[in-house]
Design a protein around this ligand. Structure first.
Ligand code: G6P
Length: 630
């Protein structure tokens, strides 16, 4: 049966939002040369990851892997110089580094030891370290730092003599997210794939059958697809597709007809990358925190080699960053100081680097950057190191300059962020700040183990609570419509609410071009309140439990001067609705974690306001995603 996907569906629940955010995979088995199809498909998937790429082609019972650091064009160049493998079946991958830097070795596909199998993977194998140790013990030699190579060797280790049963056996050992495309040299026309918490579709065409991370990769060939669900597997032949569950039982799936154009498909059916990335936040947070929290809610920070003694030895923490990453730093100051009672200074990096900062070997400097390439943040890092400080970076791009040059690095596993206005990088940075703050507090003895565990348990609930906020999307879009012709907006808040106000204001102004300012609510009356006149829009952030009454008083002050006030409050605070013109409620969490929730409706507000003003949301004028000049 053909189910026609209506464009309206883009606002419904698209499976993409549940998916892993890294890497693009493709596979083909058919009646024509696989390599050109794989390369063209990978180019379409490059927005999912672009630090390295590779293909594996199976011909006459031998698998030929060719891979290269850099973009698909670099892979094409490498093939032109050496050779282009030929064969009618193959898999390909474009990588967004998670485990291991971008390099030829870390690029996919990965061979198993016997070269019987080759694998491409999208996701994160959370138990890869244990598996790797076990496999090394059995004599397997690893050629990359990736978690994926574990899967390849595991296939050899689980080999039953048959392709599909081997895959079933191997994936039973895996924990984490794994969409896999697998070749086996014994079966020269069959491709096996599995989907687990990372996106995967199967497409059928008259040339042959494909697997792909999303439909963009195959739209040039077909519009007939099967959407894979978690824990489903498929065996693809040139003319056949069979589906199975994790027990190996065959299942039936309906084919669907895609009506999206390429542009819509790349954005997972959303109108813009920004809204797609807003919706990816719960998953990005899960991916960022889950490998760092064990079953007993203890924190295990992979990239940090500091001992509790060393942490106690710091007399000051400096946080420096640019743009939204700086705003994460402002939240971090409140969180770390309150939790660990260590003094924290936050600076925009362009100021920090030139202010002869009083940084020395008793200082810890934390650099926050999505791209890891921001020139001012990089120079602030170098300046700090020159002055003897210990440095930790929180970075999204593996192997980037800031990540490579800092002493320790904590990666946000947000996946590639395409929209210039950041959302999921900001949110994942926040969660790493919380984990660091708890570690600092434990070292400083300012919280007990059980209090730390409770906080960690609460951090785990954030993705779900963010998903709840999405239920108000339509209502927020309606509020945003009223902002279509707005000239000015003022965001006010206290404490963490103020830190979030800075980010919310930047979100609104950078994409909608509405003049907007963020003020510490108590500071408004020292000048800026003179700008409030009838009809001025004020957004009051009222989530900081301790200070909410004070912010509400400030909201009343501006209302008395004719301002229209939109309030963001926790769901237990019903009084806001009776005072303010509009109220957006967000679920409650621990007061120190509130930023993660209250920012979400304000990201949506900025997005929908810019949309109703018909702005170029993903590429706002004059802005760049990565600013590599000072
Ligand atoms: C640019 C981007 C911002 C970003 C800032 C810092 O200005 O437009 O969204 O927050 O750079 O970038 P980084 O990559 O260091 O986080």
């Amino acid at each position: 049966m053909l189910i026609y996907i209506d464009l309206f569906y883009k606002f419904a629940k698209f499976p993409e939002k549940k998916g892993s955010l890294m890497c693009g995979i493709i596979g083909f088995t058919g009646k024509t040369d696989a390599a050109p199809l794989l390369l063209d498909g990978l180019e379409k998937l490059e927005y999912r990851g672009y630090d390295s790429a590779g293909v594996a082609i199976l011909e006459e019972e031998s698998i030929d892997v060719i891979k290269s650091k850099g973009k698909i064009q670099d892979l094409r160049n490498k093939m032109a110089k050496s050779h282009t493998p030929t064969g009618y079946i193959g898999i390909g991958h474009t990588r967004w580094a998670t485990h291991g830097e971008p390099s030829d070795e870390n690029a996919h596909p990965h061979y198993s030891k016997s070269r019987r199998f080759a694998v491409v993977h999208n996701g994160i194998i959370e138990n890869f370290a244990e598996l790797k140790e076990e496999l090394i013990g059995k004599g397997y030699v690893f050629h990359s730092e990736t978690d994926t190579e574990v899967v390849a060797h595991l296939l050899d280790d689980c080999y039953t003599g048959e392709f599909f049963p081997t895959v079933l056996k191997a994936i039973d050992r895996l924990v984490g997210s794994f969409s896999l495309g697998i070749l086996c040299k014994d079966v020269p026309d069959k491709l096996v794939c599995v989907k687990k918490a990372s996106p995967l579709i199967i497409a059928v065409s008259d040339k042959g059958n494909f697997i792909a991370s999303d439909i963009t990769a195959v739209l040039a060939h077909t519009r007939d697809i099967y959407k894979m669900k978690d824990d489903e597997l498929a065996i693809l032949g040139p003319d056949s597709v069979q589906f199975f569950d994790r027990t190996g039982a065959e299942i039936h799936k309906d084919i669907e007809k895609v009506t999206w154009d390429v542009d819509a498909a790349e954005k997972g059916g959303y109108d813009h990358f920004m809204i797609k990335e807003i919706k990816e936040q719960p998953e990005a947070i899960r991916k960022t925190i889950s490998p760092r929290i064990d079953d007993n809610n203890n924190i295990v920070l992979d990239g940090i080699s500091l001992t509790p003694e060393q942490i106690r030895g710091f007399n000051r923490i400096f946080i420096t960053a640019c743009g939204s990453a700086y705003h994460v730093g402002v939240v971090a100051k409140y969180v770390i100081e309150q939790m660990a009672r260590i003094p924290v200074e936050v600076d925009v990096a362009s100021e920090f680097r030139y202010r002869y900062p009083l940084v020395d070997d008793k200082s810890l400097v934390i650099l926050i950057s999505q791209s890891g390439e921001t020139a001012d943040t990089l120079e602030a890092l170098r300046e700090s190191k020159k002055r003897g400080a210990r440095t930790i970076s929180i970075v999204n791009v593996v192997g980037s300059s800031i990540a490579s040059e800092s002493d320790d690095v904590l990666y946000t596993w947000a996946g590639p962020e395409i929209s210039v206005a950041t959302t999921k990088a900001y949110s994942t940075q926040l969660t790493l700040v919380y984990l660091l703050a708890i570690q600092f507090a434990l070292a400083a003895g300012t919280i007990t183990d059980s209090a730390a565990n409770e906080l960690v348990a609460e951090i785990r609930t954030l993705p779900e609570k963010i998903e709840k906020i999405f239920e108000q999307e339509e209502m927020i879009a309606r509020i945003a419509e009223r902002y279509t012709y707005l000239d000015h907006a003022y965001f006010i808040g206290r404490n963490i609410d103020y830190a979030v106000a800075l980010e919310a204001s930047l979100k609104l102004k950078e994409i909608s071009y509405i003049h907007s300012e963020a003020y510490a609510a108590g500071e408004l009356k020292h000048g800026t309140i003179s700008l409030i006149e009838p009809g001025t829009s004020v957004i009051a952030l009222c989530c900081c439990e301790r200070l909410v009454e004070k912010t509400i008083s400030n909201a009343k002050e501006v209302m008395a001067r004719g301002a229209q006030v939109l309030c963001v409050a926790t769901e237990d605070n019903k009084s806001c609705a009776s005072i303010c013109d509009h109220t957006i409620y967000v679920p409650k969490t621990h007061p120190l974690l509130m930023a993660s929730l209250e920012v979400v409706p304000l990201q949506l507000l900025g997005y929908y306001t810019a949309k109703s003003r018909k702005c170029d949301i993903d590429k706002p004028r004059n802005l760049a995603k990565s600013v590599t000049v000072e």
